[in-house]
Design a protein around this ligand. Structure first.
Ligand code: PNS
Length: 162
């Protein structure tokens, strides 16, 4: 059983994440998409909201499960009896931080490997923070995120504006 973990903040999930998830799901038996609870960050969407949104968007993928975690990623990976971490790479600018994280994670858990998948070129410019900013300013994000996430962004910013 080849089980991998794709961790992230997913605040919110974008089409770029989905592209990586689709690629990773083809390579492994089971892919666990793991939403981080990061006590040092205040996300736009709560952990429960992000988990629910991911479950809805990722329902078509039969071998993908959505979970959340807190604390060290490698401990979560071990607890799930997985030995692969999946991360997406868009441009060279992603590499430095990802390289550092992968080597630190290897130091902490030598039996866990990180594999990097390249997003499709059409998603190379896409990141959650830009999606949040565009949506907060009333811009169109329909081409950047799944439909349920677009609706959730609209609802979130409509409430915030009140
Ligand atoms: O989507 P993001 O914000 O780029 O994901 C970052 C994530 C969740 C992969 C990273 O912050 C993480 O692994 N957090 C868990 C804490 C941890 O294990 N830190 C040590 C990694 S070097």
């Amino acid at each position: 059983m080849r089980r991998a973990v794709y961790p992230g903040s997913f605040d919110p999930l974008t089409n770029g994440h989905i592209d990586i998830i689709a690629r990773a799901a083809r390579l492994v038996d089971e892919l666990l998409v793991a939403v981080v609870r990061n006590p040092n960050k205040t996300p736009l969407f709560t952990l429960a909201e992000r988990e629910a949104m991911l479950r809805e968007s990722l329902a078509p993928f039969e071998n993908v499960r959505v979970l959340s975690f807190e604390g060290l990623l490698v401990e979560f990976v071990r607890s799930q009896e997985a030995n692969i971490i999946v991360r997406g790479l868009r441009a060279v600018s992603d590499f430095e931080i990802e390289f550092q994280m992968a080597l630190l994670n290897r130091k902490l858990a030598p039996a866990v490997d990180t594999i990097f998948l390249m997003t499709d070129a059409q998603h190379a410019f896409l990141c959650s923070s830009s999606v949040r900013e565009i949506a907060s300013l009333g811009g169109e994000v329909g081409d950047l995120v799944p439909a349920n996430i677009e609706r959730a962004l609209r609802a979130k910013f409509a409430t915030k504006a009140k």
